[in-house]
Design a protein around this ligand. Structure first.
Ligand code: VGL
Ligand code: ZN
Length: 195
């Protein structure tokens, strides 16, 4: 059996962009994006009964967001606020009181970090959070940039490798992103080590 990490006060679960548009069939489908749902749900089942905070972040773009191809950006239109594609995966078992963070809402600015333009840092610190357990999509964009910021802001980061998937515009982008996060101080674990 692998080592277990006992969660405790000061821990929070951070679920990044488990939204329909990033899952197979979605507008910016990430290969195997749907496979993060089951291990993330198991983490929710561990955090929720302990009363530990669960944050769900969502990409929440206006219809004319600068990251969309129609506006000269790199991506097909995705996660337009209020559309089906912007909704969390129906199978994601978020409790009603999960804290919701919407990002990249300004039409003129891209924001790959869930800390960028949000009050996530304030909320986490208000609840005394020290350690973040991170999963979601996409490893090479929003997970990478969110983890970079989390480490800069003084949080310890446990990155759950079975709970993330990469866009892989280049085939090794996800692996490079993981290597960078580790070099910055993130600790790699799998969700079955969380107890
Ligand atoms: C993301 C590309 C565009 C992400 C968001 O969540 O990683 N990637 N918008
Ligand atoms: Zn986006």
């Amino acid at each position: 059996m692998s080592d277990q990490i006992s969660i405790r006060d000061g821990d929070a679960l951070l679920v990044i962009h488990v939204q329909n548009d990033f899952l197979p069939g979605g507008a910016l489908a990430v290969a195997e994006g749907d496979q993060v749902v089951e291990p993330i749900n198991r983490c929710i089942e561990i955090f929720h009964p302990r009363g530990l905070p669960i944050y769900a972040t969502r990409d929440w773009h206006p219809a004319d967001h600068c990251s969309f191809k129609e506006q000269g950006g790199p991506w097909p239109a995705h996660c337009v606020a209020g559309t089906h594609g912007s909704e969390f995966a129906p199978s994601l078992g978020l409790p009603a009181f999960a804290m919701l963070i919407s990002q990249a809402t300004d039409p003129a600015r891209e924001a790959y970090s869930s800390f960028d333009g949000t009050n996530l840092d304030f909320q986490l610190k208000m609840y005394g959070t020290k350690r973040l357990f991170v999963g979601g999509i996409a490893t090479d964009y929003c997970v990478l940039n969110t983890v970079r910021d989390a480490l800069k802001l003084g949080f310890q980061v446990y990155l759950m490798t079975d709970c993330i998937r990469a866009v892989n515009v280049n085939p090794d982008d996800g692996d490079k992103a993981i290597a960078e996060m580790v070099s910055l101080g993130a600790v790699l674990i799998t969700s079955d080590e969380v107890a």
